[in-house]
Design a binder for this molecule. Structure first.
Ligand code: H79
Length: 466
């Protein structure tokens, strides 16, 4: 009882230590200036994240000089992902640089790429401004290892894309590798194990100060405003969480409404991609790679990135393509768990998105033309797991994504809410489907014998929100 500090005593304490308090407050205010995100309110964050949360579907583009070897070095097929050929093929910097000197993708057409993304129903593009190999797809003033100075192409790829993205209402975003196998102050000296997790470079901080940060400044000021800055290669020993927080704040200071993935710092839990739970880590969203979390994660923003075959960067002999069905169901699965789908293409050395990718994107686009309402701006399923498919939601509406069409003309839905109306999203007339309450917490929708869509038919329920 006697230890309790009464309000009156609090004032006395504040008065007694007023000088120290002023000093502490001054120190805090100095700290708060660069820590933009730390001072952001929940509402400000929601506002900043809004377009991204609504977008739900984006195109990842892995493109660089690795599209020239396309998975083969000195006549040998190199195993693993194509953009890692410099590492997996033990290629010395000077050897690899020869590809950069040949990079001349004369069939590159930015408008065509943007159109392919747009027709698929994608709302943003994330392209590799620089992958681990260090080659830069834009006109960088702090590097000679770029499209202007080393490659014969001499067209600023990112500039052309930024113009077309603006024109067609697609948000342009950059993937940027913190790891750099070309730069002598980064991992180049680690050859033949550029990705050696045990090594450090004593000059690494010089690379960050004189190269990494100035390049990010170029990208944001000359090609922005950007949607997302998507970092990767943060697992290197030289990179720390404080550096991640500093880089987060630096990028934020250049464009305060930008969105930054969690690979800017050290929070990522492996390929699962979500953050470790032990502390506050830098970054706005989790990045599961080649996988989809088992459930939604309330209050967590995340994006699954995935390839259509088994490589990000083009490999001429990888024909192991996912089916249209898998891709469309992945999109619905991810949306039903409150995430975004970032689907990759790896263009060729000529500058073309492979036909197999274009065909799949066209198929997805056809589905999206009819059904995008059930993807864009939706939130995770409020009714959990469903035996026949997935569910996405908007206020007053549930979208039932039926993967396995019931043969007994009856779609059973675990639901307590009153249903005002049910119809097929593909039905322009919105013909009412009969709904019957079977139990207090279960309804059944009478459905036609044939599924209107073989891979995912969307049934809309207009419901009374509780
Ligand atoms: O750009 C594409 C790939 O090149 C890059 N990320 C996608 C988007 C990438 N994918 N896989 N890898 C890089 C391999 C890296 C694997 C590991 Fe680790 C790095 C294993 C151990 C260190 C990061 C940290 C992943 C697991 C733990």
């Amino acid at each position: 009882m006697s230890k309790e500090v009464k309000p009156f005593q609090t004032y006395r304490l504040v008065y007694r230590y007023r000088i120290s308090l002023v000093i502490v407050l001054m120190m805090l205010s100095v700290l708060a200036i660069p820590a933009l995100a730390l001072t952001e309110t929940a509402e400000q964050r929601d506002e900043r994240m809004q377009w991204w949360r609504e977008a739900r579907f984006g195109m990842f583009i892995h493109w660089g000089v690795y599209s020239i070897p396309a998975g083969t070095y000195k006549g040998k097929q190199i195993s693993g992902i194509g953009e890692w050929i410099m590492e997996h093929g033990d290629i010395p910097v000077a050897e690899y640089e020869k590809y950069a000197k040949q990079f001349n993708p004369v069939k590159f057409n930015a408008e065509q790429w943007v159109q392919i993304a747009k027709n698929a129903g994608m709302n943003y593009i994330v392209i590799t401004s620089k992958h681990h190999d260090g080659f830069c797809l834009w006109d960088s003033k702090v590097s000679k290892y770029d499209i202007m100075d080393t490659a014969p192409f001499k067209r600023d790829i990112l500039k052309e894309l930024s113009i077309e993205c603006k024109k067609h209402g697609i948000r342009l975003c950059f993937y940027h590798s913190i790891m750099d196998w070309y730069h002598p102050d980064a991992q180049a000296p680690f050859y033949p194990k550029y990705n050696d997790g045990g090594r450090t470079n004593p000059n690494f901080s010089r690379y960050v100060k004189n190269y990494l940060k100035p390049q990010l400044k170029e990208l944001i000021t000359n090609y922005g405003p950007l949607g997302v800055m998507w970092f990767d290669g943060e697992w290197i020993k030289d990179w720390t969480e404080p550096q991640g927080k500093d880089l987060y704040n630096y990028v934020m200071s250049l464009q305060p409404n930008i969105i930054i993935n969690n690979r800017v710092g050290k929070g990522r839990k492996g390929m699962e991609g979500l953050n470790k739970g032990d502390q506050e880590y830098a970054g706005d969203f989790g990045t599961p790679e080649q996988q989809i979390p088992a459930t939604g994660l309330p209050g967590v923003d995340w994006e699954s990135c995935m390839t259509m075959n088994n490589t990000w960067g083009y490999k001429s002999y990888d024909h192991d393509w996912k089916s249209n069905k898998v891709l469309i169901q992945n999109l619905a699965d991810i949306a039903s768990k409150g995430g975004n789908f970032l689907l990759n293409v790896g263009p060729t050395a000529e500058g073309l998105i492979p036909d197999a990718s274009v065909e799949r994107l066209e198929f997805m686009g056809k589905w999206m033309k009819v059904n995008s309402e059930s993807i864009y701006g939706t939130t995770a399923s409020p009714i959990g797991k469903l035996p026949w498919g997935r569910c996405t939601a908007k206020p007053g509406k549930l979208y039932l994504h039926v993967f396995d069409w019931p043969t007994n003309l009856k779609l059973e839905v675990p639901l307590k809410n009153k249903v005002n109306k049910a119809y097929l999203l593909a039905d322009k007339k919105r013909t009412k489907l009969t709904v019957r309450r079977e139990l207090k917490d279960k309804i059944a929708v009478r459905i036609p014998r044939e599924a209107p869509d073989a891979v995912n038919t969307v049934v809309v329920l207009e419901i009374k929100d509780k």
